[in-house]
Design a protein around this ligand. Structure first.
Ligand code: AMP
Ligand code: MN
Ligand code: MN
Length: 318
């Protein structure tokens, strides 16, 4: 399928002049990096490009070249629409509401719904950025140093520094080739993954204080009060879930982030052998076998009870 779809995607991009590129809400490093990579490559090829992320660019990725060009809403008409690192149309927020079916989707989520005309989906790729490192040259476009920085950021963040179970040797080969184009890997690594604000560290503390475990499952809760008392400005978990996965003798980690009185964001992380995307799907979310998420309507107490029950079922294999 790949060769035919790749060729179709290449032709769509070659024939288009005015291109819209978008990715998922609450963008992570792979969403921002992949969007910038294909966006900058098309700009360098003299296309008119609009890069749009409904939630804007998180601070930890604003050092990437072109991030200041990313808008929150599309303006005008387009003759090609490209969606990267995004499993379904709902995940783009309202960005594509007024537009026809997207032309191209480039993604690696196992829960991808094949929502575009041409779907380039590789669920074995640890990051969409890894796919784009091969596709950009295949599209006849050039990977410059800035594009290599964006792609490396996608690879570093989705693999949490090349250590998730989704890692494969091609990711390291790709990273090595990208490094050869000039990026400073330790610097990108530090900015995207390591460095955090004082408030985020205190927010972690609030979350860690709530740690609970049952059998081989561990979970933490970040309620509205935790955000308020630590002055943490985001509505995410500040990547605290990655710390939960370091706790010994656990197979699944879950984090609950209260959004408002009746909405909770949930993130799951699992060791290999478990598919948490299946539980996330039950709650209207999605993701990958080892990492999935969902935004669930309901109060914190009820959502926690429902999610823990369903997750326990998965752990017990029924
Ligand atoms: P998170 O828990 O938000 O860090 O997300 C883990 C993985 O699941 C990422 O690949 C996300 O893109 C994906 N994901 C998170 N929330 C959703 C959702 N509501 N629908 C589909 N995929 C999601
Ligand atoms: Mn992503
Ligand atoms: Mn990704």
């Amino acid at each position: 399928m790949k060769d035919k779809s790749l060729l179709e995607a290449k032709q769509i991009l070659q024939n288009a002049h005015n291109i819209l590129i978008t990715s998922h809400i609450r963008p992570d490093g792979d969403a921002v990096g992949s969007l910038l990579a294909i966006g900058l490559a098309l700009l360098d090829a003299d296309k008119t490009v609009q890069m749009v992320l409904e939630d804007g660019v998180p601070k930890s990725f604003r050092h990437l070249r072109g991030s200041d060009l990313i808008k929150k809403r599309p303006e005008g008409e387009f003759d090609a629409i490209v969606v990267v690192d995004c499993s379904d149309l709902d995940r783009t927020g309202k960005v594509l509401r007024k537009f026809p079916t997207p032309d191209i989707s480039i993604d690696h989520h196992i829960t991808n719904l094949d929502f575009a005309r041409v779907n380039l989906v590789d669920t074995a790729a640890p990051a969409t950025a890894e796919m784009l490192a091969a596709y950009i040259p295949a599209f006849g476009l050039k990977i410059t140093r800035s594009i290599a920085e964006a792609l490396l950021t996608g690879l570093i963040t989705d693999t949490i520094g090349f250590r998730t179970t989704s890692m494969r040797s091609n990711a390291l080969r790709t990273a090595a080739d990208l490094m050869d184009l000039g990026p400073n890997l330790p610097d990108l690594y530090q900015k995207a993954l390591i460095s955090r604000s004082f408030e985020a560290a205190r927010y972690w503390g609030a979350g860690l204080n709530t740690l609970e475990h049952d059998n081989r499952m561990v979970w933490a809760t970040l309620d509205l009060e935790a955000r308020k008392s630590t002055n943490y400005p985001g509505s995410d978990d500040a990547d605290l879930v990655n710390i939960l996965t370091t706790i010994k003798n656990t197979d699944i980690a879950v984090i609950f982030i209260e959004q408002h009185k009746d909405r909770v964001k949930v993130s799951w992380r699992a060791r290999s052998g478990f598919d948490v995307s299946s539980v996330a799907m039950q709650f209207g979310g999605g993701g990958h076998k080892p990492a999935a998420g969902a935004t669930i309507e309901g109060n914190l107490f009820d959502v926690k009870a429902d999610v823990l029950k369903a997750t326990k079922k998965l752990l017990n294999g029924n």
